[in-house]
Design a protein around this ligand. Structure first.
Ligand SMILES: Cc1cc2nc3c(=O)[nH]c(=O)nc-3n(C[C@H](O)[C@H](O)[C@H](O)COP(=O)(O)O)c2cc1C
Length: 350
């Protein structure tokens, strides 16, 4: 898939400030480029003479069947990319047999997103005033969310042109970029959200996992883990999965990349929970490498956003299907008939 061309088409359709926001990292563009390069640098050891049948990519994540272990990362305010926003993303994901994360900062009502027909997981930023988070969680459950992605990393974007930090709070309730209104809060809740109570809870501990499980009855995926010890603590506290992520380079500029720490996290979790990875996944080869190291699935962010901006739901489907086709090609060359055959021995030691 020609992602450079797709991004160019998306950029041509997006207002400059929206494109800049989507592309932004915690530093310059080199932050994300370095992380993509780390996926590229993984060397694979193909198996031959296996008698392997043509590869099948179908699997499950937390029991939900998906056509391939390539899922859509939660991204804020997709109405900036396409008028139907997350509803179009959901329809595109459904056509590809995939699943999507839905950001706390969506301007589309959960029920409309659910109409798109794809399984979806609600992404939560816990607020200082927990009433806001509770309300969102309850509404997500009512609309059919299958799990909660609890985002625990902290983002700080740098403006790609000005070079200065733009303070984008994780809970950007008013959305100064477009004025889009967050659709899943009442007027009264939005009033609270615009004050101190709407800011991210910086004092979050592992007890948040128990609390979310109690409020929702759903499995909790902890998103933004980059260390084995943190992953183990999250799982000990009841997390069903951990998502190894640098928030697409939007967290700490000089942080380690997901590719570099995935094996450590897989080992620390020791099969007690599912492990996923995102940040810099740009090809089926990257996905194959992540799965071989031990991820159950990978999430993809910006490429899906570019597909959405360029071609709406169809663009989302095209990106997901192209990645899946590339994964099939990689599995074929690696001698893997199913995703379970993607095992750590396929990865060369460093
Ligand atoms: C425009 C944009 C908005 C995002 N919004 C959120 C968000 O609201 N919540 C969240 O947990 N992660 C958010 N992320 C991070 C993604 O979920 C994911 O971790 C990241 O995009 C993966 O990296 P990639 O873009 O290199 O694939 C956002 C990323 C982008 C690019």
């Amino acid at each position: 898939m020609d992602l450079v061309e797709l991004e160019r088409r998306a950029a041509a359709r997006l207002p400059q400030h929206v494109y800049d926001y989507m592309r932004a990292t915690a530093g310059g563009s080199e932050v994300l480029e370095r992380q993509i390069a780390e996926w590229d640098a993984i060397r694979l050891r193909p198996r031959v003479l296996t008698g392997a049948t043509p590869p099948a990519t179908a699997t499950t994540v937390l029991g939900t069947p998906v056509a391939a272990p390539i899922l859509v990362a939660p991204m804020a305010q997709q109405v900036d990319a396409h008028p139907d926003g997350e509803r179009a993303t959901a329809a595109g994901a459904r056509a590809a047999g995939s699943l999507l994360g839905v950001s706390t900062n969506t301007a589309v009502p959960f029920a409309r997103i659910a109409e798109g027909g794809a399984p979806w997981w609600f992404q939560l930023y816990v607020t200082r005033d927990r009433r806001l988070s509770t309300a969102l969680l309850e509404r997500a459950v009512a609309a059919g969310a299958g799990a909660v992605l609890l985002t625990v990393d902290i983002t700080r974007l740098r403006h790609p042109r000005a070079g200065a930090s733009v303070s984008v709070e994780p809970t950007d309730w008013t959305d100064g970029r477009t004025g889009a209104r967050l659709a899943n809060l009442t007027e009264e809740e939005l009033r609270i959200a615009r004050g101190e109570g709407g800011r991210g809870d910086r004092g979050l501990g592992v007890d948040a996992i128990t609390w979310i499980r109690e409020v929702t009855g759903l499995p909790v995926v902890v998103k933004g883990v980059l260390r084995g010890d943190d992953a183990a603590r999250a799982v000990d506290a009841g997390a069903a999965s951990v998502l190894v992520s640098t928030h697409g380079g939007r967290g700490l500029a000089s942080s380690v990349g997901s590719a570099a720490v995935l094996a450590e996290v897989v080992s620390a979790v020791g099969g007690r929970a599912e492990v996923y990875a995102d940040s810099g996944i740009r090809s089926g080869l990257h996905a194959a490498a992540g799965l071989a190291i031990g991820a159950r699935a990978v999430f993809v962010g910006r490429p899906v956003m570019w597909g959405l901006a360029a071609d709406g739901a169809a663009g989302v489907t095209t990106v997901l299907e192209a990645l899946r086709d590339e994964l099939v090609g990689a599995m074929d060359l690696l001698g893997a008939s199913t995703v379970a055959d993607l095992t750590p021995d396929l990865v060369a030691p460093r």
